[in-house]
Design a protein around this ligand. Structure first.
Ligand SMILES: NC(=O)c1ccc[n+]([C@@H]2O[C@H](COP(=O)([O-])OP(=O)(O)OC[C@H]3O[C@@H](n4cnc5c(N)ncnc54)[C@H](OP(=O)(O)O)[C@@H]3O)[C@@H](O)[C@H]2O)c1
Length: 284
C-alpha cells in the first residue's frame, strides 16, 4: 500500500532491486506506473484500491501473502489502516509490515502517534506475524524547508537545539524489503533512524557550509510556528498541529540514533550530508 508515497514507493524500488515482484496499490494506478522506473515497472502489478472502499481492498489483497501497510496522515488514517489489517487477515495474508512512528503509545503527546498505537495494538491482536517500523523524521521532508532557505536563508522551527533523528526514506524502503524477504527479521518492532541526530542549528550550519552562504535557524514559540504553517505555508490546521507536536516531542525526549536500520540491512544508513548534497539545487 502507499505505493505512490514516500515509504511505499521506496519499498517498491528496494523490492525490485532484489528482483522481488509486488502488487502495488493506489487510488490512481496511472500516476503510480508513471512514477516507476523501467526495472521496477517490470516487476510491479498495479492495482486500483482505495482504503475507503472495502471491496477494492478485498480484490487487491486476494492471493497476497504479505502486506506493506502505510497510509498518509489524515483524519481517516486510523479507520483506513484498521480496515486494511482486518481485510488482509481475512484474505489470508500471513505477515504485515506496518509503518508507524516514534512514541506510538496510548498517552503519546503526538495525536498521530496515538493513532499508530491503536493500529499497532490491533495488528498484534490478530495473531499473524506483524513487523512494526517506527521511522523518525524523513530526510525527504526537509525539502519543504527549501523555500525558506532560498528566500530568506532561514530554517524555522520550535525545537531549539534539540537533536532530531533524520532517516532517508530509501533506507526505510531497504529495511522494509529486508523484513519482507528475510523471515528471521519478521515480527519485531524497530526504531529507524539515520546514523546521527542533528539539531536545527546544526542542520543550518551543514546546509550553509554546503551552499557556501549563511543559513540561520530561527526558533519560534510553538503557537507562532503553528500560525506560520497555516497562514504562510497553507497547511491544514491538523497538519500544522502535528508538526508542532513532533517538534515539541523532540525537545521533551532528546532523540538518539538507533542501530536497527544498520543491523537489518547490514550497512550504515545514508547520511544527511549526502542527502543534502544530492538535493542542493533545491536550496540555491
Ligand atoms: N513524514 C515523516 O517524517 C514521518 C516520520 C515517521 C513516521 N511517518 C509516518 O509515515 C506514514 C506516511 O508514510 P508516507 O510518507 O510513505 O506516506 P505518503 O508519502 O504521505 O503517502 C501516502 C500514501 O497513502 C496512500 N493513500 C492515501 N489515502 C489512501 C486511501 N484512501 N486508500 C489507499 N491509499 C491511500 C496514497 O496512495 P494514492 O494517493 O496513490 O492512493 C499514498 O501513496 C504516516 O503514517 C506517518 O505517520 C512519517
Amino acid at each position: 500500500m502507499g505505493a505512490t508515497g514516500a515509504t511505499g514507493g521506496a519499498t517498491l524500488q528496494s523490492l525490485a532491486a532484489l528482483g522481488v515482484p509486488a502488487r502495488a496499490l493506489s487510488r490512481d494506478p496511472h500516476r503510480l506506473t508513471a512514477a516507476l522506473d523501467h526495472r521496477t515497472r517490470a516487476l510491479v502489478e498495479p492495482v486500483t484500491a482505495d482504503a475507503a472502499d472495502p471491496d477494492s481492498l478485498r480484490a487487491a489483497f486476494r492471493g497476497a501473502r504479505q502486506l506493506f501497510l502505510t497510509m498518509a496522515n489524515g483524519p481517516q488514517q486510523v479507520e483506513h489502516e484498521l480496515r486494511a489489517v482486518d481485510l488482509a487477515v481475512a484474505s489470508g495474508v500471513e505477515h504485515i509490515v506496518k509503518i508507524s512512528a516514534p512514541a506510538a503509545e496510548p498517552d503519546s503527546p503526538v495525536a498521530v502517534s496515538r493513532g499508530h498505537h491503536r493500529v499497532e495494538q490491533h495488528l498484534r491482536a490478530t495473531g499473524i506475524t506483524a513487523t512494526v517500523l517506527r521511522p523518525y523524521a524523513f530526510m525527504q521532508k526537509l525539502l519543504l524547508l527549501a523555500p525558506g532557505v532560498t528566500a530568506a536563508g532561514t530554517i524555522l522551527g520550535a525545537m531549539g537545539t534539540a537533536p532530531c533523528n533524520y532517516i532517508d526514506c530509501r533506507d526505510i524502503g531497504d529495511v522494509a524489503a529486508s523484513v519482507l524477504t528475510r523471515p528471521e527479521q519478521a515480527g519485531g518492532t524497530y526504531e529507524l533512524t539515520g546514523g546521527r541526530a542533528y539539531s536545527h542549528p546544526e542542520l543550518a550550519a551543514l546546509l550553509g557550509s554546503l551552499l557556501g552562504r549563511p543559513v540561520r535557524s530561527v526558533d519560534l514559540p510553538p503557537a507562532q510556528l503553528h500560525a506560520h504553517l497555516v497562514q504562510r505555508a497553507g497547511m491544514p490546521d491538523w497538519l500544522a498541529a502535528h508538526v508542532v507536536e513532533i517538534q515539541r516531542l523532540a525537545v521533551d525526549r532528546p532523540e538518539r540514533p538507533d542501530d536497527a536500520a544498520a543491523r537489518l540491512v547490514g550497512r550504515a544508513p545514508r547520511t544527511l550530508e549526502a542527502f543534502l548534497r544530492e538535493h542542493l539545487d533545491r536550496f540555491h
